[in-house]
Structure formats: structure tokens, C-alpha cells
Design a protein around this ligand. Sequence first.
Ligand SMILES: CCCCCCCCCCCCCCCCCC(=O)N[C@@H](Cc1ccccc1)C(=O)O
Ligand SMILES: [Zn+2]
Ligand SMILES: [Zn+2]
Length: 483
Amino acid sequence: TVSRPMGLRGKQQQGTSRIPSQFHKEERVAMKEALKGAIQIPTVSFSPKESNTTALAEFGEYIRKVFPTVFSTSCVQHEVVGEYSHLFTVQGLDPSLQPYMLLAHFDVVPASEEDWEVPPFSGLERDGFIYGRGTLDNKNSVMAILQALELLLIRNYIPRRSFFIALGHDEEVSGMNGAQKISALLQARGIQLAFLVDEGSFIVDGFIPSLKKPFAMISVSEKGAINLMLQVNMTPGHSSAPPKETSIGILAAAVSRLEQAPMPNMFGSGSLKTTLQHLANEFPFPTNLILSNLWLFQPLVSRMMERNYVTNAMVRTTIALTMFNAGVKVNVIPSTAQATMNIRIHPAQTVQEVLELVKNIVADDRVQFHVLSAFDSLPVSPSDDQALGYQLLHQTIRSVFPEVSVVTPGICIGNTDSRHFTNLTTGIYRFNPLYLQPQDFSSVHGINEKISVQAYETQVKFIFELIQNADTYQRPVSDLHEL
Ligand SMILES: CCCCCCCCCCCCCCCCCC(=O)N[C@@H](Cc1ccccc1)C(=O)O
Ligand SMILES: [Zn+2]
Ligand SMILES: [Zn+2]
């Protein structure tokens, strides 16, 4: 499918000429150095209660220093929210246009020095790549958004459509103090957004072996989640005379049953089916035929999707055992054993349905269930011809990445700060304008996270174009006739 963005025409905004996304050599050097400096500030979120607050504050000082025009232009207002997060309001010339939001986060997950080829907070450049924690998740977006705005303002660009830039400081530990407070603040001000763009998907390359060409996936929803703790209490005692069953044994058997019984495959009622239908013609024979006839081959394709961890996560609710605690001494049988799991809910299921399934699989009354937190999957944002945010992303992908022939809606298997903004818009799109291969995906929250200098420049270019495209949008002619 060579899909074209509908409803957008490449017209210039009246009175303001389009600014080409070409950057001088000095600007390109400055932009990569600015990213390196951002990586060097260890803005680590360890837990909801523990983060490197010195680094979070330093980051605020840093962006003031490297983006002076953003902070000194009268059409841009800046506020600190929740102590460390940042909200920029860029006032456009035309108040009749509904504002949008660009969202990103600058906290990062921890990184242990010894496993990396280069120190994770060095921002070192090697063979055309900048290394470090946050280069893909998500300081690249934070810096690229501010960089693009800085460059537009330096060129005297005045936006027509107002927009917000929200930069969260605690996304990696749930976003309750950053994104959620920004959302509440804007709601109190009566703001409704036309759409919002956040992290969460990419131009994906090499995740499906027979698909040789990369394609852009814009995530229009994200999975729900449950953090669930299972606990077994039994009588403690001397290990020399053990009972037939212990708290540890009972709990281990319960979690093993969960691992052995995956949740049902929901391929038929999920967005991966739509994604694959968009991609059908990109596959060689006979896969193209199979994907074009899912009415017949759905059972086969749904099983194929289970073979890879990422596509498996797109077709079902997954359960990851992440913490297991019991016992304090080698000759003491402990009274309590606890296992904590992180469940990611497929949009076709609810929190309640999943909890019921889990209870039925565990099927042991001695196992207690403690729901630590839970939320359903996020609403599906529109991706039709009239969906402004989706169409603007589509248009911008086609102009900045002309080699990418397919743009498709998809689902984000992780959670993002964007989930705190459902009160402000129905158009939430998760897309990072970067190529992502399976090895890059492993580096996110893993080791040797890196971004190529060229990819970062392209990300800046993408946002530079997106902001201008948001100002030149015109409703399709067919729509106007209906008025
Ligand atoms: C046709 C199929 C093709 C396959 C495409 C493969 C695409 C792979 C792209 C995957 C991108 C996943 C990006 C996920 C971003 C999630 C960010 C994140 O880690 N968020 C945390 C947030 C969180 C939530 C709650 C508590 C603490 C943190 C997360 O754990 O989800
Ligand atoms: Zn992230
Ligand atoms: Zn992350």
C-alpha cells in the first residue's frame, strides 16, 4: 500500500513563507554537541520515590543555556511544573486554530558502567554515533523538539497554530509528578488539544524476517497494565523437619502455571491485524497472499506472530515475573513468599477479565492476590482521513523519509506519559522519527544505547517540518463542500 496522507495540501501558510529544513555546518555541530551535553547529565529515575534530583535541576539550567532563543522569545512562555518538569506554551498567531502538544521525557533508567562499551553518561561520539543512556529514550526527543523550535525562532518563524511542549521528569517511574501534573494544569486552564505526539513507536526495520523494507508505525493506542503481587503465608518452622509444602513451593508452582499458560491470542481483535493488512503488499509471495486473505489464514498468521517476543506482545496480554522474595536464613522455613508480576493488557481485554483468568490459572486459595496498580488499555486514536494529528505525521514522514512507503497505525506495547493526557485529546500519537532495528530495541533500557548523528539531525528536521505542517493544514475540499 502506497498510502498518501489525505486532506493535507502542501500549501504555504498565507503571509509566511516556508522555511527550508536545511542547517548550516555550525548549527549541525552545535546540535549534536547539545545532545551530548544532555546525555552527560545523569537524570536517573530509580523508583517513584528516588531520583537524581540534582541532575533533574541541572537539566533545567542546561536547556536554558543551550536554547537561549526559546527562553527569550516573547511568544514562548515557560513554566516549571512538579518541581522539575517543563511546560512551554508557544503562542500562535491564529487563535482559531486548536493547539497541539509535543511531549517527551528527560529522565532515564539506570545504567551500570561496567556492561557498556563506553560510559553510559559520557555522550561520547564514536564512528558517527553518540552513545549514552537516553540517546533513544528519550533525551533525543526532548533535545530535538527544543532544537527545532530554537532554529525556527532564529529564522524569525512565527507559528500560526499554538502548541505546547511538555517535558516530563519522571516518565520512567509512571509520570505522576510530571506529565500528570502538566495535564491537570492544562485541564484547569480549559485547554483542549487537537492532538499530541509522544514517544512509543518508530520506523521499524527487521522485526518481521520476510519483510525487507522498513515501515513507519504510528501507535494509536497502548496496552493496559497490572502490577500484581501474589503472596503465600504458611506456618514457619525448622528446616530439619519440613512440611510437604512450603510457602515458597506453593508460590513457585503457582507462578510456573502462569508461565506455562499464556493468555489467549487476541490477534483477530487487535490492531496488529490492521497493521499487517496495510503491509500485505510489501511481503514476497506467498505471504502477501496470506496477509491479503486473513479471513482464511488468520489462525496461521496469529500463530506466526507468537514466534517473536515483540509481535507476541502485540497479540496477547503478557505476564512478566519481575520480583520474587522469600526467606532470610538457610535453615528457617519462611512464613511468607511473595512474587510480583508486571502484566500488560491487550486492548481486547480488561483489567477485571485478566485478573479472573490469572486467578483461574493459579487455582489455589492459599495464594493471595494484591493488585498494586492497574489500568485498562488506552483509547484508540483516530487514523482516518480526518484525523489531523495522524495525517500531519503521515505527511511529514513522507516528506522527510521519502524512502518509507508504508505508514500504518499500530499499538505501543509499553506505556508512555501520553496516557496522562486522555482528558485533553482523543488524538494521541506515539511516534519517534527514527529507524529502529531489533538490536536498537534491546539497547533501550539495555546496554550501549546510541543514536547516529545523522539520525538525530533527521529527527530535528522532522520536528522542524512538523511544526510548519501543523500551520499549513487545510481541511479537505470534500469536507468544505459539506458545510
Ligand atoms: C508488524 C509488527 C512489527 C513489530 C514492530 C515492533 C515495534 C517495536 C517498537 C517497540 C517500541 C516500544 C517502545 C515502548 C516505549 C515505552 C516506554 C517505557 O518503557 N515506559 C515504561 C513506563 C512506565 C510505566 C509504569 C511504571 C513505570 C514506567 C513502561 O514500563 O512501559
Ligand atoms: Zn521513554
Ligand atoms: Zn524508557
